[in-house]
Design a protein around this ligand. Structure first.
Ligand code: NAI
Length: 334
């Protein structure tokens, strides 16, 4: 199958070429993001492969369909960036990688919490400058602290297991409680109760219309003073402006992000020579108690290998049966 891979970086090329070592698919790698201006590059292809910040709205999907594209291969678990209703109307199949390595994202979440709590990033910079003072580096024990997990699916469940192993008290909130998470000793409570009791609140739900700005000013006000908020799910689950207000007032004790509402204009590129245009993001960078990584939770060898394999499995199944192995449709939004 002819597949155009958008937003392709050196690492995407490496893992996709490994997964396609037998050359059964013809892969074209494009550095450009998929959007209205670049969709035409898919001319002649049966499939496009897209990442999280590619644009898959109705206009782009219509363009792709007119060019002869029949399959959209998402190389991600999240599918919030696709207009699934429009894809269905156009007869375009959409596939995703529902699970590649939940451990990768859960472990990155733990890395963010440990770094922010114990100020490892600041300590590292200090020690390199010969500053061994401890002022400002005080943390708290995760053991016996209360960690709230919002969304206990694949990643949240894995994260809950790690935090239980730390000896943390785990609170969970999910419309579909998982008995295996309960068996860890986790207690399912309402969102309000989770927010008011947790020392650390970690987000692992998908971005849907119902979870957009789930953490807004009201939710932040419910959080314990000095608590930490961690988001490795999708940026828009958090209202960034409300978070900035909570950080300025001192009510929010710390913020760790791997995702950001407007990350599409920033992440996955080297912009170190450019003037930062996003004033909200710039403000976030000024806080000593904010830690940000650029959407790298998934970025391990194991996860990248699995993503490339499953994406090409989806293409194989579509070529064989006319249906990808892991389709995604509007029903997934329910
Ligand atoms: P999943 O589908 O296995 O689990 C999501 C869970 O969230 C489900 O149990 C669902 O019932 C729950 N949920 C839905 N609405 C909720 C609500 N309003 N409140 C509480 N819980 C709710 O998904 P998985 O694989 O665990 O991924 C979670 C999210 O993590 C993805 O949707 C994606 O946005 C993000 N992600 C981030 C990555 C990164 O690199 N930072 C990589 C992979 C995924």
């Amino acid at each position: 199958m002819q597949i155009v891979v958008y937003s392709a970086r050196s690492y995407d090329r490496r893992f996709f070429e490994e997964a396609n070592a037998d050359g059964r698919h013809a892969l074209t790698f494009l550095d450009a993001r998929l959007d209205v201006a670049t969709a035409a590059a898919a001319s002649g292809a049966q499939a496009v492969c897209a990442f999280v910040n590619d644009r898959l709205d109705a206009i782009v999907l219509r363009q792709l369909q007119a060019l002869g594209v029949r399959l959209v291969l998402l190389r991600s678990a999240g599918f919030n960036h696709v207009d699934l209703a429009a894809a269905a109307d156009l007869g375009l199949a959409v596939a995703r990688v529902p699970e590649y390595s939940p451990q990768a994202v859960a472990e990155h979440t733990v890395a963010l919490i440990l770094t922010l709590n114990r100020k490892i990033h600041r300590a590292h910079a200090r020690v390199r400058e010969g500053n061994f003072a401890l002022e400002g580096l005080l943390g708290f024990d995760l053991h016996a602290s209360t960690v709230g997990v919002i969304g206990t699916g694949r990643i949240g469940g894995c994260f809950a297991r790690v935090m239980a192993a730390f000896g943390s008290r785990v609170l969970a909130c999910d419309p579909q409680p998982d008995p295996e998470v309960q068996a860890l000793g986790a207690e399912y409570v309402s969102l309000e109760e989770l927010l008011s009791r947790s020392d650390v609140v970690s987000l692992h739900c998908p971005l849907t219309p119902a979870t957009r700005h789930l953490i807004d000013g009201t939710a932040l006000a419910r959080m314990k003073p000095g608590a930490m908020l961690v988001n490795t799910s999708r940026g828009a689950v958090v209202d960034t402006r409300a978070v900035i207000a909570a950080l300025k007032s001192g009510h929010l004790g710390g913020l760790a992000l791997d995702v950001y509402e407007e990350e599409g204009d920033l992440f996955f590129r080297d912009l170190s020579d450019d003037v930062l245009q996003d004033d909200v993001f710039a403000r976030l960078l000024t806080f000593p108690n904010v830690l940000i990584t650029g959407h790298q939770g998934f970025f391990t060898v194991q996860a990248m290998t699995a993503i490339a394999r499953t994406t090409l499995d989806n293409a194989d199944a579509f070529a064989r049966d006319g249906r990808p192995a892991h389709p995604v449709s509007v029903e997934h939004l329910a």
